[in-house]
Structures are given as structure tokens and as C-alpha cells.
Design a protein around this ligand. Structure first.
Ligand code: MOS
Length: 737
């Protein structure tokens, strides 16, 4: 029975629920001392003086670093790129400048964490402050055209403006999303350990260990071979741990100077200023359509804030390039505004989650303007050809997602008039949204070892950011080797393992998974060759394709012969048989097909008309993520994604003080995320099929897809319930009343 497709529980589940899983800060390090960052209270200006004398005299203090005595770093490489993953290019404790509130200005290192943090409070700083630039109506008029760092910044296919002008029906609206923070339960932490030969080990909360190694190598000038990064378990990443942030570099330098292991953990408050955030967006959408609802033109523009030193673009309009067809043209553009804050970063799902709120809200407005049912409108504008590239989609089960999702939801029972559905005093609203999600393709390597005892070991420099990577890699290798899954051990999360890509962009299954598949197949083929060749070969004279592997045995059915891996290795006096897998896909943009994941999601809300309170009461998500490797971990991811989207829709916003220019959030009390009581039963359907273009495993990107379009489905349901169109997230009480 194949392991792929089985709802296998997580290998690491027991370890995690019993407290046996060691997260980065749990790993004991002999002789470790502790760092505490002191950060700027102003958002723009410079430090005139930093008096560290009291801190230096405080109990347990070993060193106080400021820009005066911190060793110099090499300039960070090119702006933000996937393979040069700095969180931000501005390096702190290198000069007296202040560019954002919460910027590190000193690092105290002491024998204990409490001593370091206490000494930090004794530092006296004198600033020369300037008025910070904040994101808002004053600054957005200075929006600029940023240089490309990921996709092209602007796009135009056909003549969108003409298409919109010619449409019998036209929608033009502005939508906005809020600044948000990742709020991982586990704060960022680094333990930096140098050995006598100048090798650096970083125990790191990282979603991208090889990227971390590369960036640290460049900035600190240490060869990559002398750096090892370890991240075995992560207490939440969500994109916030995909790139290298300042504390990692500062910890490594302090450990070097002091010649002791240094552990540096951010406080909860520092999590809101030092390690990225999702920037707000202001988006304008114009749709032109025939009176039948068929789109003629789409224009989508988005403006978002970035730091004063980096061009992070939130590509909110990117999804509009490929989700729906428009007969005359589609045009998109992005602008950025330089403000005093740390560089924004990816937060699951970057780009798509923001852009779909605008696009799929506008589609709902078009449905009401034309009188076409919102599901029917989307079926009408479905396309088999990617409008942006002109290539056919590899697979696109959008129709199946819309129809199967609608059937499961009971969409036919919906009456379309706003405020037409009630349950007692509650207004009931039902909304739908479609989604498209990028399929990322990155090279990955893996190694599979068959052991003398008939077990196998998978090794890959990938990590499990909480999604079930250990488990699915076991399933993939087990099937290729013909072993029961429990015979396959999996090692991840260490740069001494074969190099892999980051656990970002929902790319792990399709890419790292493919490398494990190739390695396992190579190990199996090596074993088969052993059985076929050499003196006394058990299957001498047979052909490779005659042999199948199952239940830990090689079987030559034709001759009724079989031999276990263990017997085979013993026979050849081998302790192990090792094979490598090297998956090197061409970039998606260069392939013959356009590869994306898709979904259609359906939300029902109950709105209290007196209090303006919105409660999600039902949710159905129908997803096309190609072949599903493990329905249980996939469903888990979908549930997590939907809940994440509920936060975006109804609760989450990071507030900036308009005068001080700093995020006001300091802890969970002022930043709301969904809890169990906010979430009803969630219904998850998988409608995709094997996608051979996407990956040898047939899988497409899955995790982040499930958080896309939750917000517009809920916003559309709120409109249906109340007749009120909320074009600004989150949908809070005051926007309903
Ligand atoms: Mo995800 S935001 O690509 O970790």
C-alpha cells in the first residue's frame, strides 16, 4: 500500500505535544552568555551620545557594544532577493544614524539574560531627532516607481484602459489593507558558537538555513564552509524567519569578540520592530465588463510603504495578471513609499493575500452591478490560458473548485439580495472568492542511505517550519524504496546536510520533495543493480525494469525470486548504500506552461446588526494544489491558512503612532489574532490532480494558497449580510455600524 496519499500523522507530533521537541532556545549550550538589544525610541535622526558606563558596571555584564566598538561588517549584498536573503540591507551598530523606531543601538552581553536586560535599561541615549515620515495621505503622494526585485513592477497586456472604457459596466474602487506582524509564538533567537578553528555554528530560528549561511558569510566575511546553521523545529515562521535579521549578525559578532557562545533572543516587543512585517497596501482596481459580466479590461495598482533604505515591494497586483481573463487588456503597477520603519518582509502569503482582497472584492461588486451570480461570474471569466504570459496553465481546476465548493457549501440556497437572509435577529451573509497562487521552483538536493538493517535515512538541508515536512518526506522516500514508512528516518534542518532551498513560498513539497524522490529512486536503482550484476547475483540475467521493490524487498516476479535490502547489503558486505538526488527545475517563467495553484473559497457570516459584530459561521475551501501527498497534513495546513485569513479579515492591524512613527503594538494584548472561539467547523476539499509540469511528485504549492482570498470571501459575505461594502481591512465593528 503506497504511503503517498495516506493521512499519516506527523512523525514529530508526539515529540511536540510532550515537550520533547527542542526549539532553538531550548538547546543547551555550555558556557553560553546572553545578549540583550537596546533599541532606538525615535524613528528618525541620530544618536548624539550613548552613555554605557552604568551598564558596564552592572552585575554580570561582560560587554556593551554600540556603533563605536562593534566590529565593522561587509556591506549587505544586492537588495532583497531570494538567494541573498537579508531582511534589510541597512546594518545596525555600524554608524550613529537612526532610520526607524526599534532599531538596535546597543547590545549588552552578560552572564544571564536578566542581567543583560537589566543593564540595558541603564544605558543613557541622547538623540538628535527629526520628524519621521510615516505611511499615510501625506507620504503616499511621494510614492515612487521602485526597481524590480522579484516580478516586473508593471505589466500591460492588450489595452486595459480601452477595455475598461468600452465596458457596459464599470467598477472603480480603492481598497486598503493594514500593516500586520507575524506574531510567531516563538520569538526570534540565535545562539552563535565559534570554535577554536574559526568555525561558526548558529542555532537559529530560520526558515532558510542555507540562505542564512550565505548571507552571514557575505556580511561577516567568513567562508560558507566554516558556517553551520541549525534549525530543527520552528515555533511559527510565516515568512518572518525566511530572511536574516540584525540580531543574528550582532550575536555572531559579539560571540567572536568575547570568544564565548552568545544567545540573543528578541523580546516580544522587539518582534514588532526588528524582524519585518507585512506592509499596508492602498490598491485601486478598475474593471470593465459587458452587461453579461464578461470582463473586457482590468487595471490594478497598489502602493505600499517600504523602509528608507530598501525597495521591498508588496506585489499585490501580481495576482490580477493571471487570475481571470479580460478580452481587451490587463494592466498592473506597483509603487512604494519610503518611510521610517524597518524593511517590510514576506508574511504568508505575501502579495497574493493583499491583492486578492481588492480583486475579489471588486469582482463581487461587479456581480452586483451586473446581476450575475458571483460564482457564475467567476465561471464566466475563467481562462485556460494565462493572460499574462499567453501560455496554457499546466493544470487549473478552478471550475472544479467553484462547482464542488458551491455544492458543498449549498450556494444554491443563497438569495442574492443583501440583507435577505436572516436567522432571528442575526443577518446572514454568504460570499465567495477565487484565488491563484504562485508555484515556486527552486533547486534542491537530498541524500538517501539504505542501511544494513533494512532501514533507510533521508537527509536534506530543508526544514520543517511546522507543516509536516518530516512526515511527507518519509512518505515520498518510503514509496520510492518500497519500504513501510516507519522504516524511513528523516533528518532535516542542518547545513551539513545536502543543500536545499528555504521553507518559503509553499515550495517544499514540490521541490525539496522532488529531490528526496530522486535520491530514493537512485538508492533503489543502485540496490537493483547489485541484485542483477556481479558473481552470484541473485537476479543475474534479469533486466532492471523486471524488478519491483515492495515491503523492503526486491522482487523478480517472473522467476518468483526476492531478496530483502538487508540480505542484499549483507551479501555484498556493505554497511550502507548511499545515493544522491539533485532536483534542478527550470524557472517557472521559462517553462512551456504557466504553473499556479488555485482555489475557490466560500464564507458564511452572522452579523449582529446592533453591535456590528461579525462572526464566521461556516467556511468551505476547495483547493487545486495538484496531487495531495498527505491529506491529513494538507488539511491541517488548510485549516491553519483559513484561520490566518480570518485574522486578516476581521482582526489584525498594527497601528503606527503618526507623530512618533513607531508601531504601537508591544504584545498580544493589543494585536488580535483568531482564537478557537472565533473559528467554526472548517470544510476542506481537494480538487486538483497530478501536475507533471509542477513537480515529479505532481504537487503544486499548497500552504499559503489556503490563506489567500479568505478575507474577500468574508468581506463579500459581510456585504451580502449587511449591504455595507467594507473596502478596508480588517473589518472591525466601527466599519459596520
Ligand atoms: Mo512564506 S511568507 O513564503 O514563509
Amino acid at each position: 500500500m503506497s504511503a503517498i496519499g495516506r493521512p499519516i500523522s506527523r512523525l514529530d507530533g508526539r515529540l511536540k505535544v510532550t515537550g520533547g521537541a527542542r526549539y532553538t532556545a531550548d538547546i543547551p549550550v555550555d558556557g553560553a552568555i546572553h545578549g540583550a538589544i537596546v533599541h532606538s525610541t525615535i524613528a528618525n535622526g541620530r544618536t548624539v551620545s550613548i552613555d554605557t558606563s552604568a551598564a558596564e558596571q552592572a552585575p554580570g555584564v561582560l560587554a556593551v557594544f554600540t556603533h563605536r566598538n562593534m566590529p565593522r561588517m561587509n556591506p549587505a549584498p544586492l537588495p532583497w532577493r531570494h538567494l541573498h536573503p537579508q531582511g534589510q540591507s541597512y546594518l545596525t551598530l555600524q554608524d550613529d544614524k537612526i532610520h526607524y523606531a526599534g532599531q538596535p543601538i546597543a547590545l549588552v552581553v552578560a552572564a544571564t539574560l536578566d542581567q543583560a536586560r537589566h543593564a540595558g535599561t541603564l544605558i543613557n541615549v541622547e538623540y538628535e531627532a527629526e520628524r519621521p515620515v510615516v505611511f499615510g495621505p501625506h507620504s503616499t503622494k511621494d510614492a515612487v516607481d521602485p526597481p524590480q526585485f522579484l516580478w516586473p513592477v508593471a505589466s500591460s497586456v492588450g489595452d486595459a484602459d480601452r477595455g475598461i472604457a468600452e465596458g457596459a459596466v464599470k467598477i472603480e474602487q480603492t481598497y486598503a489593507t493594514s500593516d500586520r506582524h507575524h506574531n510567531q509564538m516563538e520569538p526570534h533567537v540565535t545562539t552563535a558558537i565559534w570554535d577554536a578553528d574559526g568555525n561558526l555554528t548558529l542555532d537559529e530560528t530560520a526558515q532558510h538555513i542555507f540562505g542564512t549561511r550565505e548571507l552571514v558569510s557575505i556580511v561577516l566575511g567568513v567562508p560558507p564552509a566554516k558556517i553551520n546553521v541549525v534549525s530543527e523545529f520552528l515555533g511559527g515562521g510565516f515568512g518572518g524567519k525566511a530572511y536574516v535579521w540584525q540580531h543574528t549578525l550582532l550575536a555572531a559578532l559579539a560571540a567572536k569578540v568575547l570568544n564565548r557562545p552568545v544567545r540573543l533572543q528578541l523580546t516580544r516587543a522587539q518582534m514588532y520592530s526588528m524582524v519585518g512585517h507585512q506592509p499596508a497596501t492602498i490598491q485601486t482596481i478598475a474593471l470593465g465588463a459587458g452587461s453579461d459580466g464578461k470582463l473586457t479590461g482590468i487595471r490594478h495598482e497598489s502602493t505600499s510603504p517600504t523602509s528608507v533604505f530598501d525597495n521591498y515591494i508588496e506585489y499585490a497586483a501580481n495576482c490580477t495578471r493571471s487570475l481571470w481573463g479580460a478580452s481587451v487588456g490587463i494592466k498592473t503597477n506597483h509603487k512604494t513609499v519610503r518611510v521610517n520603519r524597518g524593511t517590510p518582509t514576506v508574511m504568508r502569503p505575501p502579495h497574493e493575500a493583499l491583492g486578492h482582497f481588492a480583486l475579489e472584492s471588486a469582482m463581487d461588486e461587479l456581480a452586483y452591478a451586473t446581476g450575475v451570480d458571483p460564482v457564475a461570474l467567476r465561471l464566466l471569466n475563467d481562462t485556460e490560458i494565462d493572460p499574462h504570459s499567453g501560455r496554457p496553465f499546466s493544470t487549473r481546476a478552478m471550475r472544479a473548485c467553484l462547482t464542488a465548493g458551491a455544492a458543498r457549501f449549498g450556494w444554491d440556497n443563497r438569495t442574492s439580495e443583501p440583507r435577505s437572509m436572516r436567522d432571528g435577529r442575526y443577518l446572514i451573509g454568504q460570499g465567495v472568492a477565487g484565488a491563484i497562487y504562485t508555484h515556486w521552483r527552486w533547486p534542491a538536493k537530498a541524500r538517501v542511505t539504505l542501511n544494513r538493517d533494512g532501514s533507510a535515512l533521508v537527509e536534506a538541508g530543508m526544514h520543517d517550519l511546522g507543516t509536516g515536512t518530516y512526515t511527507v518526506m518519509q512518505q515520498v522516500a518510503a514509496d520510492a524504496l518500497g519500504l513501510p514508512p516507519e522504516k524511513v528516518a528523516v533528518r532535516l534542518g542542518d547545513t551539513r546536510l545536502p543543500p536545499s532551498h528555504g521553507a518559503i513560498g509553499s515550495s517544499t513539497m514540490a521541490n525539496a520533495g522532488a529531490s528526496v524522490l530522486l535520491a530514493a529512486k537512485a538508492a533503489r536503482d543502485k540496490a537493483i543493480l547489485l541484485a542483477l550484476t556481479g558473481p552470484d547475483a541473485p537476479f543475474a540475467g534479469a533486466a532492471v525494469e523486471d524488478v519491483v521493490v515492495t515491503d523492503g524487498r526486491l522482487v523478480l516476479a517472473r522467476k518468483n525470486l526476492h531478496i530483502t535490502y538487508a540480505e542484499l547489503l549483507a551479501r555484498h558486505e556493505l554497511s550502507t548504500l548511499v545515493a544522491d538526488g539533485d532536483y534542478d527545475p527550470i524557472a517557472e517563467a521559462d517553462g512551456p506552461k504557466a504553473i499556479f495553484s488555485f482555489s475557490a473559497v466560500f464564507a458564511e457570516v452572522r452579523v449582529d446588526p446592533d453591535l456590528g459584530l461579525v462572526r464566521l459561521s461556516r467556511f468551505v475551501g476547495a483547493y487545486d494544489a495538484g496531487r495531495i501527498i498527505n491529506p491529513k497534513t494538507a488539511r491541517s495546513q488548510a485549516i491553519g491558512g483559513i484561520i490566518w485569513g480570518v485574522g486578516q479579515a476581521l482582526l489584525e492591524q498594527s497601528e503606527t503612532d503618526p507623530v512618533m512613527g513607531r508601531f504601537l503594538n508591544r504584545n498580544y494584548s493589543g494585536y488580535l489574532v483568531p482564537t478557537n472561539a472565533d473559528i467554526p467547523k472548517l470544510d476542506v476539499l481537494f480538487c486538483g490532480e497530478f501536475d507533471e509540469e509542477a513537480s515529479p511528485l505532481g504537487a503544486k504549492g499548497m500552504g499559503e494558497l489556503t490563506a489567500v482570498s479568505v478575507a474577500p470571501a468574508i468581506a463579500n459575505a459581510v456585504y451580502h449580510a449587511t449591504g455595507k461594502r467594507v473596502r478596508e481591512l480588517p473589518i472591525t465593528v466601527e466599519k459596520i455600524l
